[in-house]
Design a protein around this ligand. Sequence first.
Ligand SMILES: [Zn+2]
Length: 282
Amino acid sequence: MEDVLLAVALAWARRGVPVLPLHAPEPGGGCDCGRPGCERPGKHPWLRRGLTDASTDPRRVELWWARWPRANVGLRTGVAMDVADVDSPEGLAALRHLLGGDLPRAPLARTGSGGWHVWFAPTGHGNRVRLLPGVDWRGAGGYVVAPPSRHASGRAYTWVVAPGAARPAAVPGALAELLAGPEPPPRGRPVEVAHPRRYARAALEAEAERVAWAVPGTRNDTLNRAAFALGRLVGAGLLDEATARAELARAARRSGLGRAETRRTIRSGLTAGRRTGWSRAA
Ligand SMILES: [Zn+2]
């Protein structure tokens, strides 16, 4: 495994992708940085200056992995690729929706936490948190953990579509527009979104899909959480309440939930979400 990590790091360096060694999760839990309660186990750089020191020099890469043979492989983004960092099925649905229904033929990794990394051609934009619900953007000044690095969960990052099989995808217009828009506000500030209707629409579709596919035993809870999430958007004036209610009801019927229960759950979820507002819970 350790030789593989070095070999992978070297291969990326030779392809012109700056590499940086990252701490690795300990097999029994925790991070090999040794800090109790490390918040980013297996994800933060060994290098003091972090990303600034990322390198394409094979000799430096060899020295690093000679020193830290178990180091996870970090790849700097914004040079050869930008990466859509998707952390949930909801995020994947939102990204697919934005891309017109499907993922591009491009390098695609499964992350150790069960998310996805979709590789795009570099855009020149920097990192963006919550570009879409469940989707962060890693661009200039960012990095991603690459296969076959280990995640704190014990699982490895793996390729679904290997970089040898596809090139980073061209960034379609809708995605480019979203990236060119202003940053979303930090938590606790009033909401201003570049494309509020598109954002809300993607969230609505993702939540409805989640509800429609919920398995018995989780259906009412899933519906309640979806109604709550959409209620926040309704409260922020980004989504029409009647539309949210109708779509959720349709999805709930598809999942097999009864009418009375559906109506009750949607009403209470939407109301609670509206009261909470959007800025607090994102
Ligand atoms: Zn650590």
